[in-house]
Design a protein around this ligand. Structure first.
Ligand code: URA
Length: 185
């Protein structure tokens, strides 16, 4: 899609925050720009920064497995992050970084126009639901945002170390097929 390609070029030249100084590559997004389902993570990690693609490390492998369990794969969804550049040592995104970078995510959402957005973890959940409740309380709830549905769930990276959250992540994601078929009505 031309608009997304132009936006990607803009992000490649972005210096809105200091993260451009330490990035190897921007991580714009990956998947199907026509997808009805979009997943939004937090920020690139080490491997994502090296490859320029989202969720290619161990959290990404887990995400691929979980998507596979509900009959989905990367070419059927679109995956992006709140931040397009890796924070050094994978620290949490800063408020000003989110403020400067999130217009890119909002533009991606408007070009892709997904029906359902799954927010992975606290940062994307706060940004896209505009409510400030921790993920352990809010996960699995379905929010209507205009024409779209936003459903927060756990970040797969956190679930690598918390098997009890992995169970909940899997349960939340299992709602996706019926949400998608409702959207097709
Ligand atoms: N964690 C994220 O939030 N995004 C990635 O792309 C990789 C790990």
């Amino acid at each position: 899609m031309k608009e997304l390609e132009l936006l990607k070029q803009e992000v490649e030249n972005c210096k809105r925050c200091n993260l451009y100084k330490t990035r190897t590559n921007i991580v714009f997004g990956d998947g199907n720009p026509e997808a009805k389902l979009m997943l939004v993570g937090e920020a690139p990690g080490y491997y994502e920064d090296k490859k320029g693609l989202p969720f290619v490390g161990s959290a990404g492998k887990l995400l691929d497995t979980l998507l596979g369990e509900i009959g989905l794969s990367r070419n059927k969804v679109y995956i992006a992050n709140v931040l397009k550049c890796r924070p050094p040592n994978n620290r949490d995104p800063k408020i000003d970084e989110i403020e400067r970078c999130s217009p890119y995510l909002f533009a991606q959402i408007s070009y892709i126009s997904p029906k359902i957005i799954i927010t992975l973890g606290n940062h994307s959940t706060r940004l896209l639901t505009e409510i400030d409740i921790g993920i352990t309380k809010v996960h699995g709830r379905v929010f209507k945002k205009g024409e779209k549905i936003v459903m927060p769930t756990f970040h797969p990276a956190a679930c690598l170390y918390h098997p009890e959250w992995l169970k909940l992540l899997r349960e939340d994601l299992s709602k996706i097929p019926s949400l998608l078929s409702e959207c097709n009505l």
